[in-house]
Design a protein around this ligand. Structure first.
Ligand SMILES: Nc1ncnc2c1ncn2[C@@H]1O[C@H](COP(=O)(O)OP(=O)(O)OP(=O)(O)O)[C@@H](O)[C@H]1O
Length: 357
C-alpha cells in the first residue's frame, strides 16, 4: 500500500546541509498498522511528511496505493491538482490536533469536504457520520476549546477520514495524551483499521504504542531504516534492537559457572510449558532472571531470561532442546551479564558464538 524506494531528503539552510532521510526503503502492506520508531532527529517526521509529499523528497520515490506520488509532484502546472487529489485519499493525524478553534467540531470535520467540493448537505451528513464513528456524535456543535485532548484527537481522526482514505498517517498522535486516553485513541485506530481496512502508518517514540497496535515496525537511526519487519519476525531475529526494546529483560547471573539464556516465545510455542519440560527432561533447576510477556496483535509473545546451572559447554543439549521447541534462543555472552568473574577461554567463546546464532 505504501512503498518508498531510496527516499532521500537533504535540508539546506544557511549553507548547511542536513541529510534527514538517507535512502529509505519502506514497504507497508495493505491493511496493516506499521510503526516507525526512533530517537529524536532520526528522521521519522520527515519520512511521514515525504510519504504524502507535504515535504518534497530530494530523491527516491513514494508510491501509495499503486500511484507514484513523486511523479505527480513533478509535472508542470497540472501536477499540483493531481497531487491534491491523491493526497485527499491519504488522511493525516497530528500530535497537536491542528484544529481550527473558531470552527465547531462539525465544521472542522467538514473542512476537507469543502475543499473536495461537496454540497452543504452532503458535507453535513458525512461529518455527522464520521463524528458518530469516532464516538463524538454529541459534540458536533461544540468548539475545540471545550473538548479534552482525547476528544480533540478524535475530531482530528474524523477529519482525516473525510476523504475516505485508504491510508492514515499518524505523526505522534498520542504523544500529547495521558496513558489512559492514549489507550483509547490507539483502540480507535485499531478499530478503524479493522472496520474500514485502513492501512495505518504511524510514527512514535513510545514502544508501548508499537506493542499495543502495530503489526509491523521499523527502527530509524540517522535517516536510515536499520531494522524492519513484522513484530513476530523482529522477535525471531537474533540481536534485534527493536525486539529487545519491545520486551526488555534484565537480570544478572547469580554466580560464576552459570549459563544465561534469553528465550523468545511467540506463536504456538508461547503456550507450551517448555520451561517445566526442560527442567524435568534434564533434571536441572532453572532460575528466571527476568521476563516480559504481552499480547501483540492478539497473540501471546514475550521474552524470558533464564539461568541454567553450569557453563555453556554443559548446557548445549538443553539449549538445543529449547530450539527444537521452536523458541528463539540467545545465549548471553559472559561480559553482557556482568559475570566478569567467569573465565572465558577461546573454545568456549567459539561455542557461544555458535550458540547465539
Ligand atoms: N525544515 C528543516 N530544515 C532543516 N533541517 C530539518 C528540517 N526538518 C528537520 N530537519 C532536520 O532533519 C533531521 C530529522 O528531523 P525529523 O524531525 O524528521 O526527526 P524525528 O525523528 O521526527 O525527530 P522528533 O522525534 O524529534 O520529531 C534532524 O536533524 C532535523 O534537525
Amino acid at each position: 500500500m505504501i512503498t518508498t524506494t531510496g527516499l532521500t531528503k537533504v535540508y539546506r539552510s544557511r549553507g548547511r546541509e542536513v541529510t534527514a532521510l538517507d535512502g529509505v526503503d519502506l514497504h507497508v502492506r495493505e491493511g496493516e498498522v506499521y510503526g516507525v520508531v526512533g530517537q529524536s532527529g532520526a528522521g521519522k517526521s520527515t519520512l511521514i511528511r515525504c510519504v504524502n509529499l507535504l515535504e518534497r523528497p530530494s530523491s527516491g520515490t513514494v508510491t501509495v496505493n499503486g500511484q507514484d506520488l513523486t511523479a505527480l509532484a513533478g509535472r508542470g502546472p497540472r501536477a499540483n491538482a493531481g497531487l491534491r487529489k491523491a493526497r485527499s485519499h491519504i488522511g493525516m493525524v497530528f500530535q497537536h490536533f491542528n484544529l481550527l478553534s473558531s470552527r465547531t467540531v462539525q465544521a472542522n470535520v467538514e473542512l476537507p469536504l469543502e475543499i473536495l467540493g461537496l454540497s452543504g448537505k452532503e458535507r453535513s451528513r458525512k461529518a455527522l457520520e464520521l463524528l458518530d464513528l469516532v464516538g463524538l456524535a454529541d459534540k458536533a456543535k461544540a468548539y475545540p476549546g471545550q473538548l479534552s485532548g482525547g476528544q480533540k484527537q478524535r475530531v482530528g481522526i474524523a477529519r482525516a477520514l473525510a476523504g475516505d482514505p485508504k491510508v492514515l498517517l499518524s505523526d505522534e498522535s498520542t504523544s500529547a495524551l495521558d496513558p489512559e486516553t492514549t489507550r483509547s485513541i490507539l483502540q480507535l485506530l485499531r478499530d478503524l483499521n479493522q472496520q474500514l481496512g485502513l492501512t495505518v502508518l504511524l510514527i512514535t517514540h513510545e514502544m508501548d504504542v508499537v506493542k499495543t497496535i502495530c503489526d509491523s515496525a521499523a527502527l530509524m537511526k540517522g535517516g536510515r531504516v536499520v531494522e524492519s519487519g513484522t513484530v513476530s519476525e523482529l522477535l525471531a531475529t537474533p540481536g534485534s534492537e527493536l525486539a529487545a526494546e519491545l520486551f526488555p529483560v534484565g537480570g544478572e547471573p547469580s554466580g560464576p559457572d552459570r549459563t544465561v539464556v534469553d528465550v523468545t516465545f511467540h506463536g504456538d510455542a508461547a503456550t507450551q510449558p517448555v520451561i517445566s519440560q526442560l527442567s524435568r527432561t534434564y533434571n536441572i533447576d532453572i532460575s528466571i532472571l527476568g521476563a516480559a510477556m504481552d499480547t501483540v496483535a492478539g497473540k501471546q509473545v514475550g521474552r524470558m531470561r533464564i539461568e541454567l546451572p553450569g557453563r555453556f559447554e554443559e548446557n548445549v543439549v538443553p539449549i538445543g532442546f529449547l530450539r527444537e521447541q521452536g523458541l528463539q534462543v540467545e545465549v548471553a555472552p559472559h561480559g553482557e551479564t556482568a559475570s566478569a568473574t567467569v573465565p572465558s577461554p577461546a573454545p568456549a567463546d567459539a561455542l557461544l558464538k555458535e550458540g547465539a546464532k
